[in-house]
Design a protein around this ligand. Structure first.
Ligand code: CTP
Ligand code: MG
Length: 247
């Protein structure tokens, strides 16, 4: 099997001077931690990293020059970045090979969690599998805030306009998708191309597969597999990464 790491984002919400995947944390960049987690898994033969075409930071990665790692160009959206990496991979690997897509922004992936996910994916390659965790909090659905607030002054507070609840969802049924997400290379490429053609905005691989009628399997992930998104996440990810290193 192979892996794809979309790492062509700009990290707007992090607001750092460089893309968040290049921030240093617990002794390495977030991206190098992410690569290292996949690199250590012997079933993964090759790792494609999708980067901004003008990325000059990756040159300092400890994985530059490794035969197992290949740099490819990313695109304007996460799915465009993934799709481009898959197209490059298809020049070398067959449709049936499994591909694990894993966000660069999720640097903490415990080896046993990855192992279990891959075991399930090998058992059910036509369905595919992804990491996910059940929500703990009660989940509120907020309808289009701007529309709702017309004629409703109660949500305009001294803090400005605040969202109001449209309804409460049944949390028993709600899981949060993480990565890696594992599918057959050919299936995933086709699903992403079709999603793109139909203008379906997708933020993970599983949603493209779901749109093709596939029901991917959820494998329990971990809160350690959090996606580093804003500055508040940095202290927590440093703690998790140090914990992972200590074993
Ligand atoms: N990504 C990518 N290509 C893009 C956009 C995102 O490869 N055009 C990658 C990011 O590098 C990240 C992953 O997709 O590893 C998840 O995206 P996200 O957490 O949203 O990262 P950014 O898009 O960089 O952050 P932001 O949305 O705050 O700008
Ligand atoms: Mg983004």
């Amino acid at each position: 099997m192979i892996a794809v790491i979309p790492a062509a984002g700009i990290g707007q919400r992090m607001g750092a001077a460089l893309p968040k995947q290049y921030l240093e944390c617990a002794g390495a960049t977030l991206l190098d931690h992410t690569i290292s987690a996949l690199f250590a898994e012997s079933r993964i033969q090759k790792i494609y990293i999708a980067l901004q075409p003008d990325d000059h930071w990756f040159a300092s990665s400890r994985y530059v020059g490794s035969e197992k790692v290949e740099r490819v160009d990313g695109g304007d959206t996460r799915s465009a970045s993934v799709l481009n990496a898959l197209s490059v991979a298809l020049a070398t690997f067959s449709n049936d090979v499994l591909v694990a897509v894993h966000d660069a922004a999720r640097p903490c992936l415990p080896p046993e969690v990855l192992r279990k996910l891959l075991d399930v994916a090998y058992e059910f390659p036509a369905q595919g599998a992804l990491l996910a965790i059940p929500v703990r909090d009660t989940v509120k659905y907020v309808a289009d805030t701007a529309a709702l607030n017309v004629g409703n002054s109660s949500s305009v507070s001294s803090y400005g306009q605040l969202p109001i609840i449209a309804r409460t969802l049944d949390r028993e049924n709600i899981w949060l998708a993480q990565t890696p997400q594992v599918f057959r290379l050919g299936d995933l490429q086709r699903a992403l191309v079709l999603a793109e053609q139909h203008g379906v905005g997708i933020t993970d691989e599983a949603s493209a597969m779901e749109a093709r009628g596939i029901q991917p399997i959820l494998v329990p992930g971990s809160r350690m597999v959090m996606k580093v998104t804003d500055p508040e996440d940095l202290e927590l990810i440093e703690f998790y990464l140090s914990k992972l290193k200590r074993g």
